[in-house]
Write a protein that binds this ligand. Structure first.
Ligand code: ADP
Length: 275
């Protein structure tokens, strides 16, 4: 990468000379570039369904205006395109909310066992449609941690929805919950939730970029399934906000496994200030 310096030149009379100062502003330029890329991506993602909608409106006015069957078919497609835009705007709002809250640590006690059970129950109809079986692997008793229940619900909804979506028909989605007295990555007591599917998996070269906004390992499949490309970016930000970690393990043809590791105790005051 190029390094961008801002150079300031000042005459210093006391020294009888000039002083040059160099400031590394690479990060500012990179942030600006990222912002521009993001706006370009959002515009592109919104324009695609919008163009389709405008095309169908035109067709409904013209050639299809007297063909009842064609009209119904086009309206169904328009409905799907409008829903895609709606999901995209919803995900953009969620992302912007979690990004702005990232420095505020959530502290409400959340019953993780109950929350996961409730997420699985609400996704059961989607699982049944895709003929996917859920396997629950939970410890005895309840696991509780300090967090934001709504946001954690979104994390596990996104991960389990992806496992159903990409896992393919007839497969199994396993949700395993466990606790560790001291997680090596967090160096603290933690809860781990692992969501595993039996789908086509992800090529390892995509793994480092998977949580970037709009990054898709299989763009065609994601769009076909109505994905916004923002689900994992939202997951990553919420997990960060909880001082947790997200791990992805996958091999092509061998399914994918997403693990969320969350601290089960509130941080000490000193850690909080550092974070
Ligand atoms: P999308 O809305 O496209 O699903 P996500 O941010 O949720 O966006 O996921 C990013 C990309 O990661 C997806 O487009 C897909 O290529 C890949 N992906 C996510 N979960 C899985 C999974 N369980 N199996 C295979 N690929 C996955």
């Amino acid at each position: 990468h190029d390094i961008i310096y801002e150079v300031t030149c000042r005459a210093v009379e006391a020294l009888g000379g000039i002083m040059l100062s160099f400031q590394d502003t690479t990060h500012l330029h990179q942030a600006g570039q990222m912002r521009r890329d993001f706006v370009a991506n959002v515009s592109h993602e919104l324009r695609t369904p919008l163009t389709a909608l405008m095309g169908f409106i035109e067709t409904l006015r013209g050639a299809a205006s007297k063909d009842e069957a064609a009209r119904e078919r086009f309206l169904a497609i328009m409905d799907a395109e409008a829903s895609r835009m709606n999901r995209l705007v919803g995900d953009l709002l969620s992302l912007s909310r979690v990004e702005s809250e990232e420095r505020v640590r959530p502290r409400e006690p959340v019953n993780l066992t109950g929350l996961l059970t409730s997420v699985l129950n609400s996704l059961r109809p989607l699982g049944e449609t895709a003929n996917v079986a859920f396997v629950k692997n939970f410890p005895e008793g309840e696991v509780t941690l300090p967090g934001d229940a709504d946001q954690l619900r979104q994390v596990f909804t996104n991960l389990i929805e992806n496992a159903i979506k990409y896992g393919g028909t007839g497969g199994r989605v396993t949700v395993a919950l466990s606790v560790a007295e001291r997680d090596p990555a967090l160096r603290a007591p933690a809860a781990r939730v692992q969501v595993t599917d039996q789908g086509p998996g992800i090529d390892p070269r995509h793994l480092p970029r998977l949580t970037e906004r709009f990054y898709r390992a299989d763009s065609h499949r994601s769009r076909q399934l109505g994905g916004t490309g923002l689900g994992l970016a939202i997951v990553k930000h919420i997990v960060n906000r909880h001082r947790g970690r997200l791990r992805v393990e996958s091999e092509l043809g061998k399914g994918a496994s997403f693990t969320v590791i969350l601290p089960t105790s509130a941080p000490a005051q000193a850690d909080e200030q550092q974070a």
